[in-house]
Ligand binder design. Structure first.
Ligand code: SDX
Length: 431
């Protein structure tokens, strides 16, 4: 932790307390309240952590007002256009863009870990065929801790490195197997001659009955989608992974916890919910009906793919995905896609509506991603698994950063207790 840049004074009940403050390299200054309870006997109160920094990190920076997203200082739009997913994985994991030799070594290490233990194939057969692939992924990823015993000890840097590579390498294989299982097709083994995105497409869409050729347009678009979803500061699923890891739990169990959290429709599950919403809207003439519902306090309906806890400007990832949607659908010969037309008109109407303007609700990463994924041939049930396989590198990078921090403590929030105080037990015959 950096040294305090100044102090703040907290005064109440005639008492004053000095709290150290830290100045970040970017973003808001931070008030250190770690000793507040010991000094002042009070807790802070922040359900949903709207004003709380849970850690210090050097991995990803977001400026919600300006719509800026940096990975180790590099803007996401530059990484999306100039880099590729495995290079971004290296950057997130190790902090610097790799040399050619470093990248080649990293890609080789990931490639050689893409298969899963053959015995794990049996896990899939225990699920119903109609299980959501996210349910399968939570189960199978958690079960990795039952197989990879030589990479469970989080105190061993070598084991942490092996677990990191295994998770990044095997997540596409597990996601593809979850998909194949759900459609009753045989599992497809990874191929070492394909790059990361192409290998995932191959494992999802090839069948033993014929030769499958990966469409380079689709593969590039998939790689870009993976890059755009790789990490995003202390979002709910990353915070879940950090909190689970703070107890010393093994990395596979902690990443499974992150997958479970990501599944929620308020988080990574929004990409599936957004496409289903666009399909329900169906045509642009029904947009006003749904805008009205989104504004109606008595209606729980929200525009999926809109709004963000941090971004109060357009999510920079949504900008790239909107452009990519146009390009990919055009290149795939999917002209006048009705969902894309509805999405664009919905965005236009919402961004000119006082409700959305006042509440600073803009399209987020989940608004356009589903349109591209559907055009690639994925069912909506695979949208969040693809988000999870991309975000694995972010979870792992944040996990490694936290575990290596000598100041790391188990996460254990307190509460504002509003329940009953001490009561005397009453026997049931007297109640
Ligand atoms: C992701 O954190 C991350 O970084 C996440 C993520 C990542 O990469 O990890 O970026 C990925 O999860 C993106 C978000 C995907 N979720 C959705 O698209 C679901 C729809 N969006 C919302 O549910 C909502 O916007 C959240 C959950 C994303 C953010 O919620 P907040 O920050 O807690 O804001 P809020 O619920 O307090 O909303 C503020 C106001 C409320 O109105 P009031 O109570 O003030 O009157 O805005 C309204 C909300 O009702 N509002 C919406 C809305 N989102 C917020 N109204 C209509 N439609 C919406 N989508």
């Amino acid at each position: 932790m950096t040294t305090p840049s100044k102090t703040a004074t907290l005064s109440f009940d005639g008492k004053s307390f000095e709290l150290p403050m830290y100045t970040p390299t970017a973003g808001p200054e931070v008030l250190d309240i770690r000793k507040l309870y010991a000094q002042a006997g009070v807790f802070t109160y922040d359900p949903g952590y709207t004003s709380t920094a849970s850690c210090d990190s050097t991995i990803t920076y977001i400026d919600g007002d300006e719509g800026i997203l940096l990975h180790r200082g590099y803007p996401i739009d530059q990484l999306a256009s100039k880099s590729h997913f495995l290079e971004v994985c290296y950057l997130l994991l190790y902090g610097e863009l790799p040399s050619s030799a470093q990248l080649e070594d990293f890609e080789t290490r990931v490639t050689r870990h893409t298969m899963i233990h053959e015995q794990m194939h049996n896990f899939f057969r225990g699920f119903r065929r109609d299980a959501h692939p996210m349910a399968t992924m939570v189960g199978v990823v958690g079960a990795m801790s039952a197989f990879y015993h030589d990479s469970l000890d989080v105190s061993d840097p070598w084991q942490r490195e092996v677990a990191s590579i295994r998770l990044i390498a095997k997540m596409p294989t597990i996601a593809a197997m979850a998909y194949k299982y759900s459609i009753g097709q045989p599992f497809v083994y990874p191929r070492n001659d394909l790059d990361y995105a192409a290998n995932f497409l191959h494992m999802c869409f090839s069948v033993p009955a014929e030769t499958y050729h990966v469409n380079p347009i689709v593969s590039r678009a998939m790689d870009r989608i993976l890059t755009l979803h790789a990490d995003h500061e202390q979002n709910a699923s990353t915070s879940t992974v950090r909190l689970a890891s703070s107890s010393g739990a093994n990395p596979f169990a902690c990443i499974a916890a992150g997958i479970a959290c990501l599944w929620g429709p308020a988080h990574g599950g929004a990409n599936q919910a957004c496409l289903e919403m666009l399909r329900e809207i169906g045509t642009v003439d029904r947009i006003p009906e749904f805008i009205a519902r989104a504004k109606d306090k008595n209606d729980p309906f929200r525009l999926m793919g809109f709004g963000h806890r941090v971004y109060k400007n357009t999510d920079p990832r949504a900008k790239v995905l909107k452009q990519s949607a146009d390009e990919v659908l055009e290149l795939l010969g999917v002209h006048d896609n009705p969902l894309l037309q509805v999405a664009k008109e919905l965005e236009h109407v919402a961004l000119n509506d006082p409700y959305f303007i006042e509440k600073k609700l803009f399209p987020n990463v989940d608004f356009y991603s589903g349109i591209i994924l559907e055009a690639m041939g994925f069912p909506t049930s695979m949208f969040t698994p693809i988000f999870a396989l991309s975000r694995t590198v972010g979870w792992v990078s944040q996990w490694k950063e936290m575990i290596a921090d000598p100041q790391m403590k188990i996460g254990r929030p307190r509460q504002l207790y509003m329940g009953e105080t001490a009561r005397v037990y009453v026997d049931i015959e007297n109640r």
